[in-house]
Design a protein around this ligand. Sequence first.
Ligand SMILES: Cc1ncc(COP(=O)(O)O)c(C=O)c1O
Length: 394
Amino acid sequence: MSTKWRPATQLVHGGTIRSQYGETSEAIYLTQGFVYETAEAAEARFKGESEGYIYARYGSPTNDMFEKRMCLLEGAEEARAMASGMAAVAAAILCQVKAGDHIVAARALFGSCRWVVETLAPKYGVECTLVDGRDIANWEKAIRKNTKVFFLESPTNPTLEVIDIAGVAKLANQIGAKVVVDNVFATPLFQKPLELGAHVVVYSATKHIDGQGRCLGGVVLSDKQWIDENLQDYFRHTGPAMSPFNAWTLLKGIETLPLRVRQQTENAARIADLLAGHPKIAKVIYPGRADHPQADIIAKQMSGGSTLVCLELKGGKAAAFALQNALDVVKISNNLGDAKSLITHPGTTTHKNLGDEARAELGISAGTLRLSAGIEDTDDLIEDFARALDKVPG
Ligand SMILES: Cc1ncc(COP(=O)(O)O)c(C=O)c1O
């Protein structure tokens, strides 16, 4: 097993633990607990004097393989696999703050992530300031003496805004705060937050890592010291561990991640180009296009475009609904990163709870749609959009 392999090789072989049977595919260890040869062996395991598993809430072999493979891909020392992306986000933030601490977060966050910092954390005495994360000066202005965590996603859901991760990390390092990056939209292939100076990376593995709509999952990655000092006890004692069955499903998903993401990105780029010139479309935001408002930051920190496209129809909600209803290959669904192309209307689904004012602040209008491009034949998708746009009134 080499740590020098390139990502596509790591994702097929990295972290594999073979049993005595020498199975080709990774085994699923569906067990809650483990037996010990002797009482002394149990004692030593619990004291941390001998290596081995204790209880599946703490860790187990299939989850271990998934965590090790993710570490190899991300360039992280340690990872913890969690039951969902939200379990991972909540753990990454809550495990490292206490009453009296302060969080600065970008206001453009997935709705549930925003709820964790804006509503949940203050209930426990942790205040949060939300900023327009695109301007680094806003992060600096929000810093207080008790600021402990900076939290952001980039590109953002759904308007694909981009935040200068290295810039935020530089500020955080000046005050000893930690930067947590939700890297779901970029994927671990196109953006490496740890290399850019972030301290903790989180994923909803439900998205590109599974990529085939089968199970929920999440993962938190960082250095060993941060995990030992912050996450380890939280993880063991609050119980967000991933099911070993899901860890196995995700291990299988991860093997084909580069193939899927490459095809999805090609499809997204072609669709973005088609939409950008269409008379019924007011705006297209796509991180792979030169007209993205932050193309300079994208060039600095991302090595690929995106599997997602944000589009705004001139005809508002009626037009956005008409387009969704007229699409055939593309399905209406609020998930993303899937092999199937999926489209959603954030204003009435994923970002419904934000309210009109917060949505307007984030640039989510009644005509905004978020497309997650799948791996279908590009021409079928292009024809689907062209045909559906013809049916949109106006
Ligand atoms: C950016 C982002 N972070 C976190 C999550 C939460 O992930 P999960 O649904 O796996 O809990 C999602 C989507 O649901 C997301 O889009």
